[in-house]
Design a protein around this ligand. Structure first.
Ligand code: HEC
Length: 489
């Protein structure tokens, strides 16, 4: 069929050059012409509606209409609906449309064109024979063409705007907007977490009207059903799921998603999708019901409620650090990890905390501006060590739990202009340190469990820094997680 149509089209001198080129050129010229479809269809819409109106007027208002005029209108209606069908067919060869809707749209359009032709023939016979039956059959064909016009138009609209376009905002269709998540535990995994990610990076090509690869992602069931390949999502097995497999391919691979150099999924997004598939690719279960590990919870928290954890971090820009530098540090017992793949910001820990003294901190001088998380928990450092790290101007999280530090280090904290999280669990600090901290306006959370601080001192600090969360006694394994319950304390 495409061949026949293209042969006809190529009779037009302007287009013949392209149709005779390579198959790709033929395909693209087909789509080029196809895109005139939305323009052309307005002709039969107007003409058939006019014929319908004239028929009503002549029948019920006895309005006399010149038969010649009617004949012209009928020919124009038939011609323009055939043109629309042909051009529409070319458009459909792009393969971007919902097959079911497309065939409903197309077959109804064929029937409508046939009905207009039938009306034209009836009218001709009626003009010749002047028999009432032909007049009636003409009316019938015109009425039914008009009905079909509505049907065809509806499916056409659904094709371009999505099947729910018409009724989406109807008063009876109260599809509640998902409200913004405030507590990650209560978020529904697909609608709140996965869909928004896909909407950002994938759905522009995988939706109701553009169905690349036969795959739709705008609805859970459609995504699970898959596209041309059925294993888009293999619940429990991210490595076997095309959604994940194609998204982690290097950009140079032909099948990499998204194609054409479009911005792909970030590492965080990939990890979230990996977790989701591995946990069974659930739909409306809550995050809590899937029992994510603390690490996953933290990941979700950081991605979906970033203001809580990474606001200051995002703004920090630091000089480059080489991988050789990091390897050298490792030999000295320092584990320095980049926050992200190409990130220059580092998270630093010592491989053997109990062997780590103030002297070891000197090893960090070459990366002092890159360290944003510093974990000194359970090391043997003292107040003098804190003074040593005072030069780390980008420090964002500092873990000092179970060390020998005291109030003697309290005047150093004010030098960290990005400090948000500070952990003093099981140290000897007192209210004197808290007093010094009241000048650290960037602080968001401190841990004071098992310290010598008092409620009076804590309340004073709370007053000075109203946005600060003070943790005074929860399981220390929960200290990295930031949940609503913690906030209420
Ligand atoms: C610019 C348009 C575009 C964007 C954006 C896009 N895709 Fe695709 N996708 C395609 C095309 C085209 C195909 C068909 C490729 C083929 O058949 O080789 C496809 C096919 C797929 C398939 C295979 C479907 C099947 O059953 O064969 C998967 C899975 C997929 N895409 C995932 C994604 C993911 C995940 C994203 C977002 C990170 C994405 N796509 C974004 C255009 C796009």
């Amino acid at each position: 069929m495409k061949r026949i149509i293209l042969t006809i089209v190529s009779l037009f001198p302007m287009l013949s050059w392209a149709a005779s080129e390579t198959p790709e050129a033929t395909a693209s010229i087909a789509i080029f012409i196809g895109r005139f479809h939305p323009l052309i269809v307005h002709l039969p819409i107007g003409l058939v509606s006019l014929l319908f109106l004239l028929e009503l007027l002549s029948r019920f208002q006895k309005l006399a209409i010149a038969p010649n005029l009617l004949q012209i209108l009928l020919w124009l209606s038939f011609g323009s609906s055939i043109a629309s069908v042909v051009v529409g067919y070319l458009l459909s060869t792009s393969g971007d449309y919902d097959v079911e809707l497309l065939s409903l749209h197309m077959y109804n359009a064929y029937v409508m064109s046939a009905l207009i032709l039938a009306a034209l023939i009836s009218f001709k016979i009626y003009l010749n024979k002047e028999k009432k039956i032909w007049q009636n059959s003409y009316s019938l064909f015109i009425y039914s063409s008009f009905v079909l016009l509505m049907v065809v138009g509806h499916y056409g609209g659904s094709l371009t705007h999505g099947a729910t376009y018409l009724t989406e905002y109807a008063p009876w269709n109260k599809k509640a907007e998902r409200k913004k998540i405030t507590n990650i535990n209560e978020a529904l995994v697909f609608p709140d977490l996965i869909l928004p990610i896909l909407e950002k990076k994938c759905i522009s090509c995988h939706n109701a009207s553009k169905i690349k690869g036969g795959l739709r992602m705008d609805e859970y069931e459609k995504l699970i059903a898959g596209g041309e390949h059925k294993d888009v999502i293999v619940a429990g097995k991210p490595e076997d799921s095309d959604l994940y497999k194609l998204a982690i391919l290097p950009k140079t691979e032909k099948r990499a998603m998204p194609p054409d150099g479009k911005v792909g999924l970030s590492n965080q997004e990939l990890e979230i999708i990996y977790w989701w598939i591995e946990a069974g690719a659930a739909n409306t279960q809550t995050v809590a019901s899937l029992k994510p590990s603390p690490k996953t919870l933290q990941l979700l928290q950081q991605y979906f409620l970033p203001a809580e954890n990474t606001s200051a971090l995002e703004k920090i820009k630091v000089d480059a650090v080489t991988n050789e530098q990091l390897t050298d540090l490792r030999k000295k017992g320092v584990q320095a990890i980049r926050l992200g793949k190409d990130d220059q910001k580092l998270q630093v820990q010592f491989l053997e905390p109990s062997q780590t003294t103030n002297a070891e901190l000197k090893n960090l001088s070459s990366i002092k501006n890159n360290v944003v998380y510093l974990d000194l928990a359970r090391t043997a450092i003292t107040n003098d060590g804190i003074k040593e790290i005072g030069a780390m101007k980008n420090l964002n999280k500092l873990y000092l739990q179970e060390t020998k530090i005291t109030d003697g280090a309290s005047n150093v904290y004010g030098t960290f202009k990005q400090l948000e999280i500070l952990n003093f669990y099981n140290t000897a600090i007192t209210d004197k340190t808290l007093e010094a901290l009241s000048a650290c306006s960037t602080l968001k959370k401190i841990f004071l469990w098992k310290t010598a601080t008092t409620k009076v001192g804590q309340d004073k600090l709370r007053k000075a820094l109203p946005n600060l969360t003070i943790d005074i006694g929860l399981d220390s394994t929960k200290i990295i997680m930031q949940t609503d319950t913690l906030k209420k304390i």
